[in-house]
Each structure stands twice: as C-alpha cells, then as structure tokens.
Write a protein of this length. Structure first.
Length: 463
C-alpha cells in the first residue's frame, strides 16, 4: 500500500477509536482502547500516557465515578477571593518559620497533609484505617486518608456499633491510595477526604449487582450512620441516590426526628448535607472537612521545591494535550512524568489526573480556598416531653475533635432552610442536571432495577 494511503487509513482507524493525533505526534484519548506503546520514549517525545493500572475498562464497572457528578467536583469552584493575608484557623500553633523548618528537616512531624483538591490532589503522611469492631476494610491498599478523615470514620462507625452491637460489620471501601492521586476508577478520592461506605442491609448480606436497594437496606442502621456523621463529625457532604434518601428521611420522621432539622439535611438545596448523585445507589460517598490537613496543604505548597521528592503537581488532562505538551508546560521531561506515574504507555485519557515532577517552585499550582468548617448540624432539643429519637448516650460516644477556631465559620443558617414539600426526592436546584430516569417525586418502588444510574457492576458494593 502506498505510504500516503496507509497514512490516511491509520488516521481513519485512530478517529474510529476515538483518538485524535496531535501536532507533536502524541495521542489524546477519551474512552478508546489503544495498544501499548513501545518502552523507552525519549524526553520531549510524544505525550500522554494511561497510568499502568488504568486500562481502558468499561467505566460502568468498578467502584464509582465513571461519570462525574457535580457534587464530587471540588476543583472547578470559584477561585478564592483575595484576602488581606493568610488566616491560620487550624494550624495557628505553628508559625511560618516552624512549618518551613519541619518541612525541611522532619516532615512527618507535621502530621497528615492534604494537598490540592479532592478531585485533583494528593497526600503526605497518610494514615491507613484498619479493621475495627463494627467495620471491615475491603481494600487496604486504597484505605489511606488524612488523620482527621480516619478519626471521623471510626467515630461514626463506633457510634452505630454501640447502638446496634449485634450488627454485621460495615464495609469500608475506597478512601485513597497511600500517596493520594488518581485511584481507579474514581475522579475524586485523591486527597484523603473521600470515603465510600457500604449500606447496612436487612439480611446483613449485600444483594449483588442488581436490585432495588432502597427496599433491601436497613433504615434504622443507615439513618443512625447518617445521623452520626452529621452530628459527631465534620462532614462536608454525603452523596447518595434520592431513593435511598427517601427511605432514610421517612424513617427518621417516623421515629420522631425534628422535621425542620431533617429538611436542613436532605432538602436545603445547595446547602443540603445529603445530596443526590447518580451511580450512588449502593453506597454513601462521604466527604469530610480535614481542616488541619487542608490548611497545612495550603501552607506547604510554596515550600514543595525544598524537597525534590515532594515537588509534584497534580495535572488534569485536557482535550488535545499530549505528554510532550505537559512536559514543556512545566519545564520537565516526558521520562520524568512517566517514571513518577509508573507508566509504560504514552496515551492520555481526558479528565484523568497525573503527577508531574517539577524542577523548581510551582508557578501553575492551583491553590484551594481557605478552609472554614461550618458548625455541625445538631438537632434541636426535644421540648414536647416525648421520647427522644434513638441515639447513643452522649457520655459514651466520642466525637471527632474540632479546632476551637471553628467559631470563625460562617453563620449557621442551614437549619432554617427548607425546600418545597415533597420529601428528599423533591426537585431542588441540585437536581437540575439529574437524568430523567431519576426524576424527582417518583415513588421508589415504581422504578426499574437499574434506574438512576446505579452501579451494577461493583464487586466492592461501594460504587
């Protein structure tokens, strides 16, 4: 075949597969299965790689996040407003000089550090959660988080276990890898603050890949978990399908929980603590505030160049980029990027993140906004003399520690915010982009088994 004809055929095949050739010879891939490239790519050669562990699988299988829900994206928010200078709310015990000294000489003494965003970040000095009384860790290699996250998970699960001591242990699924960064198949779970928790089921046996889980979960134990997360920890958001929400909301009302308080948790629009997310019909996706770890991440970011082994940037792949493009942008090499990410193939998947080793101070690193943890959403005291809703005795239940500076948080107005009647599956601004098969106001028992984007291929029961 003549050379010109073979070139045309090659380009056609690439287009059919979904890969577009780029000016410097690399390929950008969205969702196409491509053969591995030869090893030994020279510096400055074609760009882009798939992580070694990120083969082109069907994104509907696995733990979650094949499609990103708005609630999981943290890095795409508005840029932080300029301030008059840094305000240290959660690391005020450390001066700038002390932070720099420890970073140079003994970074482990700083404790856990969350760098960047939940969907574009990494960790330093991570802590691994172990099996405990009341829970079991499914994948230890992906059970690393910052200290505050691990503490919060254990506090909430111990509270549920105390209330239901005969319950089978809950399955704790993915948190993050030891150093954070991309964790297959998630878009988030990168900075040690996201945790996937399975449901408690009536039979204590997960129902398998399909099934209307809203009919199979145990409402009492799952509500006890959500209640513990809301009242005992600094939870930022809980993502779960609206059908599950309806079951929990109705159960909480039936045992005497305050309706206005429940509405602030389930029905407060963008300020709701529990939000609908597609592909979250078989687990809770819980994101915590980790104020000390997050604030340390902001403070050490300008100091990263002082430790070459930690002078890393997390870059999200954009359409049209190649590994060569990225290496030139950050003044590094293709070989260095491939080594840092344990990669063998030179193709990129749009939307994924990779770690980029830097040779000097980072001038492109996105800086998260200052951390301000809002007050916890506590239920009002019972004034009617009726029996209080089930809750572990206050004296016996620990609570995740809070920094005294939390009083600097924004005013607590969420308790008064309610949405129109209709329960937690009523339409709110957050549901504007929800797919029609998960439409607001539908009865949970009238939907097909796979409605709402349930992840029906998750062997971990967490995605």
């Amino acid at each position: 075949m003549p050379l010109a004809a073979s070139t045309v055929v090659g380009v056609f095949v690439l287009l059919v597969l979904g890969a577009a050739p780029t000016p410097d010879g690399g390929l950008t891939v969205a969702d196409a299965a491509l053969p591995p490239a030869a090893d030994g790519v020279p510096d400055g050669g074609d760009g882009g790689v798939l992580p070694e562990d990120a083969d082109d699988e069907d994104e509907d299988e696995g733990d979650e996040d094949g499609d990103v829900d708005d609630g999981e994206v943290e890095s795409a928010g508005e840029p932080p407003a300029p301030t008059g200078g840094p305000v240290y709310r959660y690391t005020a015990d450390l001066s700038d000089e002390e932070v720099e000294r420890l970073w140079r000489t003994d970074p482990a003494a700083l404790g856990s550090i969350s760098v960047g965003f939940a969907d574009q970040g990494r960790m330093i000095n991570a802590v691994q959660i172990k099996d405990g009384e009341g829970w079991v860790v499914v994948d230890p290699a992906a059970a690393w988080g910052v200290q505050e996250t691990v503490d919060a998970v254990m506090v909430a699960l111990r509270a549920v276990h105390q209330q239901f001591p005969e319950s089978a242990p809950l399955r704790v699924n993915h948190i993050s890898k030891k150093d954070g960064g991309y964790l297959r198949p998630h878009q988030s779970h990168q900075a040690g603050r996201d945790v996937d928790l399975a449901f408690y089921y009536r039979s204590d046996v997960p129902p398998g890949f399909r099934g209307r889980r809203e009919h199979l979960i145990d409402p009492a134990r799952n509500w006890a978990l959500v209640r513990a997360l809301a009242t005992l920890t600094d939870v930022q958001v809980i993502l779960v399908d609206r059908r599950i929400q309806k079951v929990l909301y109705d159960h909480a009302l039936s045992i005497g929980e305050d309706k206005a308080w429940l509405d602030s948790i389930f029905r407060a629009g963008s300020k709701a603590l529990v939000k609908h997310a597609r592909r979250h019909r078989d687990h809770f996706h819980v994101r915590f505030y980790a104020p000390r770890a997050q604030e340390l991440g902001r403070r050490i970011q300008p100091l990263l160049a002082q430790r070459p082994d930690q002078n890393l940037l997390v870059h999200r792949i954009r359409s049209g980029e190649t590994l060569g493009h990225i290496a030139r942008r950050y003044d590094t090499s293709v070989r260095a990027i491939m080594k840092a990410n344990h990669m063998r193939r030179t193709f990129l998947r749009v939307g994924r993140t990779i770690v980029v080793p830097l040779r000097g101070p980072c001038t492109h690193c996105p800086l998260p906004p200052e951390v301000v943890v809002p007050p916890r959403r506590l239920p009002p005291p019972r004034l009617d003399g009726g029996a209080a809703a089930p809750s572990p005795p206050d004296a016996a239940v620990e609570s995740a520690p809070r920094d005294a500076a939390v009083d600097l948080a924004a005013p607590d107005g969420a308790r008064e915010m309610t949405a129109p009647d209709g329960g937690p599956d009523a339409a709110t601004p957050d549901d504007a982009g929800a797919p029609p098969d998960a439409g607001p106001g539908e009865n949970a028992g009238t939907l097909p088994d796979d409605a709402g984007g349930a992840n029906n291929g998750d062997p971990l029961e967490s995605g």
